[in-house]
Ligand binder design. Sequence first.
Ligand SMILES: [Zn+2]
Length: 350
Amino acid sequence: MKDRTALLSRMRGMSARAPSGARAASGSAAGRGFSSIDAHFGFAGFGHLLYPFSSASLEVSVGSAGLSQYIAAMPVPSIPQSLIERLDPARSICVFTGAGMSAESGIPTFRSPGGLWERFQPEELATPAAFAVRPQTVWEWYQHRRRIIAEAKPHPGHRAIADLKKRCARVAVATQNVDGFHQRAGSDVVYELHGSIHRIRCQRCQTRDSSPSLADSATVPRCRCGGLLRPDVVWFGETLPEAVFEAALSAAVSCEVFLSVGTSSIVYPAAGLIDAARDAGAFLIEINPEATERSVLFDVALRGAAGKILPELCAVVGVTCNETMSPEGTEQAVLGRSSDMPSVPKENQG
Ligand SMILES: [Zn+2]
């Protein structure tokens, strides 16, 4: 497929970034000018730290601390008949999620006032260069992130996505988040475009491991080969895992309904999934508190909290959402599955 080839070749050797000319507004929420690094951090793999899914205007008007409560209080929009007519018979759904999805689970922003790590800029911690110079500091920051994620939990929107499989034969999730919440909620096909904070990887031999004992180590663990083990997430200036992206792209071009949830949808190459789905004829639905500059691409846009809108979408097509999460064992099984993906290409260690 021509588009797919073009997207893949465009992606190769390309680090996550906002497209040129994109007015990526959330950088100003961090109180300074916007660079492509801000765009990456703000909107992509680590974005759940910064509420990047919305433009700055919401954060400025309600403040970052009150943002998740503000969004949770937004009314549930009515679901248009055109959406029901496409979603109801769909046999294949692709769900693309971003930072807003995790933010609704109450994960605080990296720049929340008073935090232990406040004196660091994200780009001082989430880069290969930072890990080369201060591996222990970077490691401890990720320990901190893991603890926050361990104390939070998936919300009804995560569960609703998992429950769609009761109705639809193929439900694939392509996520920019690294917290594993989709798996914890019961989704079993999850493409982690920016890696997983629960997994570590040897920076020398690329061996991956998701055993908690290594991830919980107080000091940076070493691989058998002698290399340092790092979080298996995509850092600034690194490329997305190609095999994972390719699998997500397959899901996007073969789905009948494409749902984009909690993402500003402007960071390429991940955002290219939307273009691919649209070109392939999918019905496109956006769920986000605010319009983004790419909202015009969607057939239907629903404004509000994913944690409320997604269960409502399930309800209108007759899917009853589970009240409880999947057993803990599911998570490991699914993480194992994602790490069984074909090995990723050499990353830009820039
Ligand atoms: Zn190694």
